[in-house]
Design a protein. Structure first.
Lengths: 245, 245, 245
């Protein structure tokens, strides 16, 4: 059983944060809210989303799992105005999700959850360095790095957070001290990441005021921030590339 | 003889309402204004436009007919600013229309009206149900229907106006009561239409406050509204599709 | 030695005024500012740019020449916000230009100036007619001409400046008297130009309030205006087409 009402913008942001990595996902319902864990097809990045009951104007659910085609759902949500309320209700017998916005109702077939890749186990990582950066600064550095390379390294040197990309002839560098960041906990850290994934993640993170980054030495990166007006938590884990030099 | 001045935006809206169905049209001139009747190449939809003399800042015409390439005229009008006045004058001997906007003058060859498909006879239809809906509500429902199908049915059930589209797995439905509409006159009505045409028509109608719809049971649809700041009447007639189920 | 700070918008406008004709250029540095002279690959149009020291927030340079990939530089400047300051500094040993915007630094390889086409000699022309026109009026006439032809003639007839384009069936004409222009010095003038080039030049000139045009009879056209908030001078010279009629 699932029946909920949520502001269109909050729902859009939530779906987008998952659909940046995967096209289909399993939404886990409990009485307390919705959660999603998904890994991209290449096993490089993982997203973990928790949307609390409070993010909804009304929310009723029993334990369950919904298989959702995110591309289709994004298409439907495009039709909503920013201030529309979206009403979601599960038609259990027909295995469909009814999405209502004003007088319009869209009946969407659900996917069989067992046909969607299993929820990954989120590894526990103890990463030495921690920074908090403005979303737009992260996005800006990633966009600059794309101009010269397909990879970007991130790390902490002393009291400075850096992002660097080296191309054949040109290179790009961002250096930020604790003053220029929101927070910095130093620690030995430098890892290389694929810009394909960083671009997708930073597009979502770029809309947010504060983005937490945990990073280590040739270790996965963890990027966390709030969405849906602080009622949702998104975190991404991104595997490092081994430097070939 | 033809010589007239009209605001750029009014003229653009007028031309667009015809060019959504046909690329060329015969413009009929009388001392009282301009009118166009045209049928799309597939004989599925018909447009009928009447633009009164009042829509113009100045208007002088004797009876006549102008063959106009609408694609070209749209291209020319794109260059006008919203608040520009457009001066139109017929060069009868050269068979050209001179279009002036500020210091710029564009001399456009006219088409031979006899080379353009004849003006259709507008059939008299007595359709049982009648509704008046906000243009944006119509456009919104049509856009939603496109997500699931190439066809959409419209009709009235009791005191409710509905639009429905059924896809292979999903479906879309709009239901509006008299309260949610501007007006409703009930009557038995349900017909299926091609979204190709409804999309074009609803894009134009979507800019308007009030759109009148007359509808019957497996009968053509009639969509009417005002354009050019209430000085013009546009109406579309759209043939139904026979349901194959 | 070169080290300078300039507003992002001023730098973008400056680079764009050159990159509309060429992909690479030699930037000549002196203690007083920067200048560029370049000819397009087909030898039809020439651009001459002088950006005074005053255009910069700070400027220090010794005589020198930088070979710059304009396409790449445009891409880098896209990342800057309108109000950002851009810091430029030359790394002479590595032969690189370091471009800093906020915490981000981009290190761009310079091109060998000798690999870039030599600076052209700007011919001294004594053109009989001179007009000053609003940039947007020029752009508008060029856009209209494109609708009907690949060429456009410009000239002065008595006290009237005209621009004309003739297509197979349609034609476009702009006529402006001294009152409608900012200034007009009459003189016998009519030349035909390729719209390929006029389009590029008028896109840049269209952003400017006042554009000076010098013109003769089957002679090159000279188009001049200020950029970078009046601290820069751009001028284009465009060879005429010989009328084949």
């Amino acid at each position: 059983m699932f029946k909920a009402v949520i502001g269109a913008e909050k729902l859009k942001d939530t779906i987008e944060s998952i659909s940046t990595l995967v096209d289909e996902a399993r939404f886990k319902l409990t009485a307390d809210g919705v959660s999603v864990r998904a890994v991209d097809p290449a096993n490089v990045a993982m997203v973990s989303l928790d949307l609390a009951k409070d993010a909804f104007d009304s929310f009723e659910a029993t334990e369950g799992e919904l298989g959702i085609d995110l591309t289709k759902l994004n298409g439907i949500l495009e039709m909503a105005d920013k201030n529309d309320n979206i009403e979601l209700s599960l038609d259990e017998t027909a295995h469909k999700l009814v999405i209502r916005m004003r007088e319009l109702s869209y009946t969407m077939s659900l996917l069989d959850p067992s046909s969607i890749r299993k929820e990954p186990k989120v590894p526990a990582l103890d990463l030495p360095a921690h920074i908090v950066i403005r979303g737009e600064d992260l996005k800006r550095a990633v966009r600059a790095a794309e101009k010269v390379s397909d990879y970007m390294s991130m790390g902490v040197r002393g009291e400075v957070f850096f992002m660097e990309a080296e191309g054949d002839t040109d290179n790009v560098q961002l250096e930020m001290t604790k003053d220029q960041l929101i927070d910095l906990k130093p620690g030995e850290a430098k890892s290389l990441f694929s810009l394909d994934y960083l671009t997708d993640i930073s597009k979502i993170a770029g809309k947010t005021g504060e983005v937490s980054i945990d990073i280590g030495k040739d270790y996965p990166l963890k990027v966390r921030f709030k969405i849906a007006q602080n009622h949702g938590d998104v975190s991404y884990m991104l595997a490092p590339r081994v430097e070939s030099e």
